[in-house]
Every structure is written in structure tokens, then in C-alpha cells.
Ligand binder design. Structure first.
Ligand code: NAP
Length: 497
């Protein structure tokens, strides 16, 4: 159970969770806490500390000092710590999943999957880090015109320093460890600011790292509302790298952050382009899985269907039939559709639905909402003048735009501010590749819904969807910089020459 057994020390009676600094669980001197509302019951579930600026300063100082020693810890030993943390995390999947169910209404089975996947990600990162950080490069000078072989350049990857990780509510464990593990294996220290909804799951995950025995100060977790401590953290002079996943907040952070490397994974409006020759059953199952899993609250959810008019009726009919089988209810019952994360999110989704209604979209089901629970909805005959054609609902509501040519679909996809992923369904691989080449998105899936995993695949957004690339290898590389040492010989020397 959450907050018990090995997690007892992270909670202070009455479900108020502590923050983690200098290898210890602490109560904030602010005396204030932030309440986490259960999206299903809409009642307060947990509380976390509202950390102060002074506490953030102390965490940054400790992180800086701990990093110096950690960078001198052998790579194989850093990997060993990570493997240990991964095993502890998986061992304690049940209480962590319980938090995900209560804080973000994640369906019970998906909550367990998130924790297990996170353990696997940590182990894979440890293995990948040992390989890629164990290699450097030797360059010789005589390949560049005008040079003899008198200089040898040895280059290797070195840590950046203190990495600040800020994940979003929808995968508070997985998107935290996807930043923590690469940062640590590369020799950095790590400061985590978890999303408020999802903070308690993240604190349990941090306890698993604590139990693995990482040095004091190397990992810290400060809690509080992003709107209150976010700017102080992201503009802190002690931060050497920011890895952020979330919405438009990331655009604001990138304007305020100093001259440090940024990894930004932001919103998306992933398009699903359906051609006339597609396997329509495959299309329908991918639209339902891609559009409605975790109630559409996934960055890579299918967020607009662009279907050729000639097959649109058939696609809509097949999708509707599959949607009728989706269970709607509580995350504890492992329903397919569960309440969205907050009342304000539900209100925002409803605003998009009402705008589409006023402008004449066809409702394939009746619109239904109870509290934060919104029944899955497919909106047909959506036109570009409707907000839902462009905005990210982050809910179980999916627009269908009927197109008369592939070019029209590509034009809509490329006119979006976002460019995270997209997908195309066709039996013609040549057409699929040509469409993939012109779609302005970080990834295009052929004959499958967009997806972030497997976690070692490169994952990146273009335009307002992000800066840089994630995926295990890319994240490790991003959290390092190249250091070179050049050996200058008194006279040219040619091997075996
Ligand atoms: P969000 O509102 O942008 O919040 C993300 C994180 O930023 C939270 O931890 C939040 O903390 C924090 N934050 C808020 N204000 C801040 C500030 N001024 N400075 C620093 N941090 C601040 O996003 P969300 O609602 O949690 O997540 C949904 C969004 O994430 C969607 O747009 C979705 O597409 C995107 N997303 C993208 C990816 C991807 O990989 N591309 C993956 C998943 C989700 P608080 O919770 O305390 O406010």
C-alpha cells in the first residue's frame, strides 16, 4: 500500500508527503502544503510540501557538490546503482501504481505497466550508457588539408553538471525516469520537480532510488506548484541542463532559461492520414487505441483523423462499433475511459466540443459528462474553422476531417503549430514513404497509431512540439558534452610508416 512498508518514512501522518533532499525525507520550512485532488472522487487525496526558494538553493548546492564525486565514480558502478534501483522499482510496482490510480486516474493495469516499463527503461539506460559512454574518438590531423599527422585529438563525453527534470502529469513515473536514468549514468546529478498531479507516485519512485543507495545529494525531489516555484527552478544559476516534458509551459521556459542545453518534449496534434487502399479494420482499431487510450491524455494520441472521403463512411462506422465496446468508469475498475485529470481540463475539452457543435460537426455519439468523466466522442465532418481541428483536447474526443486528396491531408498536418508524430495508413509502401517524407513531424508511423515507445527509439517533436530528441541513446548524449584533449607531437608521426 502507498505510504507504508519501505515508504513509511516518506509520509508525515495524514497523507502529507515529504520532499527529498541531501539523502533525507524532509518537511518544508514553509509549513505549507499543496493538495492533490483525486480526479475520480474530486476530493483531496494527498498533500505534498510546498518547498521554498531557500530549500531549492540548498538542493542545488548539494547537487553541485555530489556531482563532482559522482563524475569520478566508475561507469560500471553507476550502472550497478541504476540496475539496483530498477529492481527495487519493479518490486514495489503495486504501491506506486496505486498512487497513479488515485492521483491521475490511470486505469489500474496501465498504472502497473507504467512502473514496470520504467524499471526496464532504467536498466536499459544503464546498459546503453556503459556502451556509449565507454567509447570516445581518436582523430588525426592529416585528414584536413595542409596538415601533417602531428596532432592526435582524443574526445570523450563528459557530464554537464546538474540536470533539472520536469515531467508532466500523464506519465509522472516513466517520464521522470526517462530523464533521471540518462542524467545519472552520464555522471550528472539530478533535481526532479514532479507534476503536482502525480507527485506522490514520483516520490515513491524516488524512494526506490534512495533504497538503491545513491550518494547523498545526487538525487533530489522538490515539490510545489509549478506556477509558484517553476520559474525559480528553471532560471536557477545552479542548473546546467533542463529536460522538460509538458505543454506550452515549455515554450515559456525555453525563452527564460539561460545558455544551457534544453530538451523539450511538448504538445502534439498527431494526424492519422487514411488512404483509400488502407486496411480499414486495422485503421479502426488503431484510431480507437491511439485516440482513446488513457482517455486521450497522451502526447502521441491520435488527435485528428484525416480520411479520404471515399472510405470515410466505412472508417467512421467501424470506429463507432469499436468505441461502443469501450468501458467507461473508474480507474480502480480498470475501465478504458476514466476521468480526465482535473475539472479545468474537462471544462477545456467541453469548450472544444461545444465550439464544434455550434459550427455544425456531426456527433457520432451523444456528448456526456459527469464530473471529470467524459464519455468517448467521435466528431465527424469537422472543418478547419473549428478549434478542435487544431487544438489538443487531451481528452477522449476525436475529430474526423474528410479530405478529397492526400495533399489536403498533408497540408492540414503541416499547417499545425505542432509536429510531434503522425501516421499514415495505406497498403502502398512507396506512397507511405513519400508521405512520411513530406510530413513535418518528428516521427511518422506507417500502418500504426503514433507511440512514444519502445523507449530506446528516438523521440522528438518539430516546431512547437519540442527541442532536441529523446529516446535512451539520444537522452544520454544530450546530457553530456564533448571534451577533447589534443596531443601535439614535435614532428609528424605515421603509424607503421
Ligand atoms: P504542463 O501543464 O505544461 O506541466 C508540465 C510540468 O511543468 C508539470 O510538472 C508542472 O508542474 C510544471 N510547470 C508548470 N508551470 C511551470 C513553470 N512556470 N516552470 C516550470 N515548470 C512548470 O503539462 P501537463 O498538463 O502536465 O501535461 C500535458 C501536456 O504535456 C500536453 O500538452 C501533452 O501533449 C504534453 N506531453 C508531451 C509529451 C512529449 O513527450 N512530447 C509527453 C507527455 C505529455 P505542476 O503540475 O505543479 O503545475
Amino acid at each position: 500500500m502507498a505510504g507504508t512498508d519501505v515508504f513509511t518514512e516518506i509520509v508525515d501522518g495524514e497523507q502529507v508527503y515529504k520532499y527529498y533532499a541531501d539523502g533525507e525525507w524532509k518537511k518544508s520550512a514553509s509549513g505549507k502544503s499543496v493538495s492533490i485532488v483525486n480526479p475520480t472522487t474530486r476530493k483531496p487525496q494527498y498533500k505534498v510540501q510546498a518547498c521554498t526558494q531557500e530549500e531549492v538553493n540548498k538542493v542545488m548546492e548539494a547537487a553541485k557538490a555530489a556531482q563532482k564525486l559522482w563524475a569520478r565514480t566508475p561507469l560500471w558502478k553507476r550502472a550497478e546503482y541504476l540496475h539496483k534501483a530498477a529492481a527495487i522499482l519493479k518490486e514495489h510496482k503495486a504501491p506506486i501504481a496505486e498512487c497513479l490510480v488515485k492521483e491521475i486516474a490511470k486505469p489500474a493495469k496501465d498504472a502497473v505497466t507504467e512502473v514496470v516499463r520504467s524499471g526496464d527503461l532504467v536498466s536499459y539506460t544503464a546498459e546503453e550508457g556503459v556502451r556509449i559512454l565507454g567509447e570516445g574518438k581518436l582523430l588525426v590531423s592529416d585528414s584536413f588539408p595542409g596538415n601533417e599527422r602531428s596532432k592526435y585529438c582524443l574526445s570523450s563525453k563528459v557530464p554537464l553538471g546538474v540536470v533539472l527534470a520536469i515531467p508532466p502529469f500523464n506519465y509522472p513515473v516513466n517520464l521522470a525516469v526517462s530523464k533521471i536514468a540518462p542524467a545519472l549514468i552520464a555522471g550528472n546529478s539530478l533535481v526532479l520537480k514532479p507534476p503536482t498531479q502525480g507527485a506522490v507516485a514520483a516520490l515513491h519512485m524516488i524512494q526506490c532510488f534512495h533504497l538503491a543507495g545513491f550518494p547523498k545529494g545526487l538525487i533530489s525531489c522538490v515539490t510545489g506548484k509549478g506556477s509558484e516555484i517553476g520559474d525559480f527552478l528553471t532560471m536557477h544559476p545552479g542548473v546546467n541542463c533542463i529536460s522538460f516534458t509538458g505543454g506550452d509551459t515549455g515554450i515559456a521556459i525555453s525563452k527564460k532559461a539561460g545558455m544551457i542545453p534544453l530538451q523539450m518534449e511538448l504538445g502534439g496534434k498527431d494526424a492519422c492520414i487514411v488512404l483509400e487502399d488502407a486496411d480499414l479494420d486495422l485503421v479502426a482499431s488503431n484510431i480507437v487505441k491511439g485516440g482513446y487510450s488513457y482517455s486521450g491524455q497522451r502526447c502521441t494520441a491520435v488527435k485528428v483523423v484525416l480520411v479520404m472521403e471515399s472510405v470515410a463512411d466505412a472508417v467512421v462506422e467501424k470506429v463507432e462499433a469499436k468505441m461502443a465496446k469501450l468501458s467507461v468508469g473508474s480507474p480502480e475498475d480498470d475501465c478504458d475511459i476514466t476521468p480526465v485529470v482535473s475539472e479545468s481540463s474537462a471544462n477545456f475539452i467541453e469548450g472544444l466540443v461545444m465550439d464544434a457543435k455550434e459550427k455544425g460537426a456531426t456527433f457520432c455519439q451523444e456528448y456526456r459528462r459527469e464530473g471529470n468523466l467524459i464519455w468517448p466522442l467521435l466528431l465527424d465532418h469537422v472543418r478547419p474553422d473549428m478549434r478542435i481541428a487544431w487544438e489538443e483536447p487531451f481528452g477522449p474526443v476525436l475529430p474526423v476531417i474528410r479530405i478529397s486528396s492526400v495533399e489536403e491531408g498533408i497540408h492540414h498536418c503541416n499547417a499545425s503549430n505542432f509536429g510531434l508524430q503522425g501516421c499514415v495508413f495505406t497498403r502502398d509502401i512507396n506512397k507511405a514513404i513519400m508521405i512520411s517524407d513530406v510530413m513535418e513531424t518528428g516521427t511518422v508511423q506507417i500502418n500504426s497509431a503514433p507511440a512514444r515507445g519502445p523507449d530506446h527509439f528516438p523521440f522528438q517533436g518539430l516546431k512547437d512540439s519540442g527541442i532536441g530528441s529523446q529516446g535512451i541513446t539520444n537522452s544520454i548524449n544530450m546530457m553530456t558534452k564533448i571534451k577533447s584533449t589534443v596531443i601535439n607531437l614535435p614532428s609528424p608521426s605515421y603509424t607503421m610508416g
